[in-house]
Design a protein around this ligand. Structure first.
Ligand code: PHE
Length: 348
């Protein structure tokens, strides 16, 4: 066959085959078949060496045209196939924008932490330091240094979890009193501190008792501190927690580390003092224990009790939260049930 006719026949065959190709893979093998190193068009070109010098340029031109045309056919087919594949993929992956999105849930600061932070803010504003203690404490600091020697009857009320015979889970935040007193340098000014944290007692858990709960200890020691300072401070606290119109009253009580000791009541925030179910018809709600620091507690920490004195108080954030939000079972705070906790989501 004349070489020129051969080229024309190759072009026709390529056109037919390319138009029938259905995959990119097939297109690629057609490229190899016609234009590859050992391909059909290439082999025709190789045969040119046998032609006469006049025939060569004519055939060379024709071969180039055929090669260009097949190249164009192949790339056109490739584009069409790629476009089809993309359209198919898009159709299959279509996103339904009307479907509901995935819900992302966020947690919130625990209601007890919120109460403690609020109280911390109040006292920080009055120049107190916030001191953290440890939940594992020695018998010595938990009891002896706050005037509860071995065999003191008041120890019975605070039985706890013992780690060894003299290391225990603290029953109150009061050991912080001794720990800060012995560190404090009074030449730098008065001692004013609060200390929030967890405490433990061997209580049978019920609606108002949990073996783990919280306390905030407070203490101010300086020259010339009186009970009026204690009352004024606690009145501010009561107003901050329960509203501006609240009043407090002090009732005599007993704690080994304060003398005199008081129980502090706040006027009922629900009925304003007339009597209701929250205040058990008395108009008053007990919120904390306090008193003037016992001189012996100061002396045991190396503080001169003739020169320095002051007050201490201990309050329970769990009880405050229960009163404030009408929670009737303390154990709710410790179950980590999101349905309960999310009610106390702080705004902003
Ligand atoms: N530590 C006492 C308790 O747990 C509370 C308290 C603290 C009372 C400081 C007076 C002064 O019951």
């Amino acid at each position: 066959m004349e070489m020129e006719e051969k080229l024309s026949a190759l072009l026709e065959a390529a056109k037919a085959e390319v138009s029938e190709a259905e995959t990119l893979k097939e297109v690629e093998s057609l490229r190899v078949k016609y234009l590859g190193k050992k391909g059909e068009v290439t082999s025709v070109l190789k045969g040119m060496k046998d032609l006469s010098p006049e025939q060569r340029p004519v055939l060379g031109k024709k071969a180039n045209e055929v090669r260009d045309e097949i190249t164009a056919l192949l790339s056109e087919k490739r584009e069409t196939l790629e476009k089809e594949a993309l359209e198919k993929q898009l159709a299959e992956e279509a996103i339904d924008v009307t479907l509901p999105g995935k819900q992302v849930t966020t947690g919130q600061t625990h209601v007890l932490t919120q109460i403690m932070e609020e109280i911390e803010d109040l006292f920080l504003g009055m120049g107190y330091q916030v001191i953290e203690g440890t939940e594992v404490e020695t018998d010595y600091y938990n009891f002896e240094r706050v005037n509860l020697p071995q065999n003191h009857p008041a120890r019975d009320m605070q039985d706890t979890f013992y780690i060894t015979s003299d290391i225990l889970l603290r029953t109150h935040t009061s050991p912080i009193q001794a720990r800060t007193l012995e560190q404090h340098d009074f030449s730098n000014g008065p001692l004013k501190m609060i200390s929030p944290g967890k405490v433990y007692r061997r209580d049978t858990d019920d609606a108002t008792h949990s073996h783990q709960f919280h306390q905030i200890e407070g203490m101010v020691i300086d020259e010339n501190i009186t009970m009026a300072d204690l009352k004024g401070t606690l009145e501010l606290l009561a107003k901050k927690m329960f509203g501006e119109e609240r009043e407090i009253r002090l009732r005599p009580s007993y704690f080994p580390f304060t003398e005199p000791s008081v129980e502090v009541d706040v006027s009922c925030f629900k009925c304003g003092g007339k009597g209701c179910n929250v205040c058990k018809q008395t108009g008053w709600i007990e919120i904390l224990g306090a008193g003037m620091t016992h001189p012996h507690v100061l002396e045991m920490s190396g503080v001169d009790s003739k020169k320095y004195g002051g007050f201490a108080f201990g309050l329970g954030p769990d009880r405050i939260a229960m009163l404030k939000y009408g929670v009737d079972d303390i154990r709710n705070f410790y179950l980590n049930d999101q349905r309960f906790l999310e009610q106390f989501k702080r705004k902003g």
